[in-house]
Ligand binder design. Structure first.
Ligand code: SF4
Length: 284
């Protein structure tokens, strides 16, 4: 038997829960033609459940039929995608997380005010693509950097606004801001990292010294789960990252000589999955 130490904040954040509840609600009411563009959350097990209830997932807005009811993911979409959906007669359900909407709005307003926008985050992540799609102006008014080194490589400019992907680490935002201070005549820093992200990161750090290892539960494509892994490892914790209970069996050896197991989970991990995996670990 293992002792379980649950991180203080783990699993669905406010924004993901809000979007998933809206989608599930529509499906439970038997509404037809319920769509998302891309997977609604980075958790394959929860997505399978929603698809079994009737959710249709399009790869892009071009696949969505007229008359579809399209739930916008918590990550948000660009203005161009929203317009294309409305133009083809789809009903858009705006379930973008309000924290992401704030980052989009800042990008829009500050680019209109003549700021060169620097986004801190992963260029290929849907949230960053959505924020990029709210910048008003030509593409030359925008850069995406992944870290301090990326910021160091940027040319010097006049007015610069730094906006972060909501799931970034605060230390990294501070380091990038420090690099940009030397490259801008005026620097406007927007801390758009959301509270749910900070809480989950602090909860992982708080496990140090209390556990013999941490099982991190979350989808492999989940950016915020990846950041939790980085933080846990940087804090000296041994981490086992699993997506579902089936992976525990393959990693049985990891549990040898570990009595107290910490449990952490990304913001897109549903509670039922955390309970399922935790109870299996407890009985190992
Ligand atoms: S991690 Fe934060 S910004 Fe992202 S969906 Fe959750 S609450 Fe919203």
């Amino acid at each position: 038997m293992k002792e379980i130490v649950m991180a203080d904040h783990a699993g669905f954040c406010f924004g993901v829960k809000r979007a998933v509840d809206a989608i599930r609600g529509a499906l439970e009411r038997g509404e037809p033609n319920v769509w998302t563009i891309g997977l609604p959350i980075h958790n394959p097990q929860e997505v399978e459940r929603l698809q079994a209830m009737g959710l249709r997932v399009a790869q892009s807005e071009t696949e969505v039929p007229a008359g579809a009811r399209v739930f916008i993911r918590a990550h948000g979409e660009s203005r161009a995608v929203l317009k294309a959906l409305r133009d083809k007669g789809a009903k858009v359900e705006e379930t973008t997380c309000p924290f992401v909407s704030r980052a989009q709005e800042l990008a829009s307003v500050l680019s209109e005010q003549g700021y060169h926008i620097v986004l801190l985050g992963d260029r290929d992540h849907p949230e960053i693509r959505g924020i990029m799609g709210h910048v008003n102006g030509s593409a030359v008014t925008l850069d995406v950097v992944a870290d301090e080194a990326g910021a160091e490589a940027l040319p010097r400019r006049g007015k610069v606004a730094l906006i972060s992907q909501t799931t970034q680490r605060e230390e990294r935002l501070a380091a990038v801001a420090g690099a940009l201070v030397r490259r801008a005549g005026e620097l406007h820093v927007c801390n758009t990292i959301c509270k749910a992200t900070v809480e989950r990161q602090e909860a992982v750090r708080a496990l140090v010294g209390h556990v013999d290892g941490v099982v991190l539960i979350g989808g492999r494509a989940s950016a915020n789960t990846g950041k939790l892994r980085d933080i846990a490892e940087a804090s000296g914790l041994d981490v086992l990252w699993v997506e579902d209970a089936g992976e525990l069996e393959e990693s049985r050896g990891w549990f040898d000589n570990r009595g107290r197991i910490g449990i952490a989970a990304g913001a897109s991990t549903p509670e039922w999955l955390i309970k399922d995996i935790s109870s299996k670990i407890a009985s190992m």
